[in-house]
Design a protein around this ligand. Structure first.
Ligand SMILES: [Zn+2]
Length: 165
């Protein structure tokens, strides 16, 4: 695991030092190029596969943390209850400005499906029907982030491939 310098005897958070999403969750690529949450990988390395329908939760409330002892299995309902209790945005509520921008940037990068982008930013329980309208600017027109013309198609002003070389 790619983590910062830590004292193994301490119980401090082990923060993921690789790519992080705007929400703080660490991300890495699996063997087939699929994207994986670093805390889920950390959990399953120690405890085995994550059962269907279960989520890996942070006891420490630090999304970047991958210390196995700070992670536990839970349900989407647990997560929603936690977020409500801590005053954070619930998944079922509309995404905030940062989340809208993050989703739009991810979709514009054209690497993942819209559903995957929504799950990456909003968590495993995210509902995706609104994403298509979101990235086209049909909803939340004044929120930041690049708009995508149609579906997950390419941006019209995308640089030609030749210039990339
Ligand atoms: Zn932690």
């Amino acid at each position: 695991m790619r983590v910062g310098a830590i004292d193994p005897r301490s119980d401090d958070c082990m923060e993921w030092q690789g790519h992080r999403l705007p929400t703080g969750y660490g991300m890495l690529h699996g063997p087939d190029g699929e994207h994986l949450y670093s805390h889920r990988v950390s959990f399953s390395l120690i405890h085995g596969p994550i059962p269907d329908g279960m989520v890996v939760r942070h006891r420490c409330d630090n999304p970047s943390c991958v210390r196995p002892s700070h992670l536990e299995l839970g349900t989407h309902a647990d997560n929603a209850a936690d977020k409500a209790a801590s005053g954070r945005t619930q998944v079922i509520e509309p995404p905030n400005e940062h989340e809208v921008a993050a989703i739009r940037h991810l979709v514009a990068s054209d690497r993942w499906s819209q559903g995957d982008c929504a799950r990456l930013v909003l968590g495993d329980g995210a509902a995706q029907p609104m994403v298509n309208r979101l990235v086209q600017g049909k909803t939340r027109k004044n929120a930041p982030g690049p708009l995508t013309r149609k579906g997950r198609g390419k941006q019209p002003n995308r640089r030609p491939h030749l210039e990339d070389t």
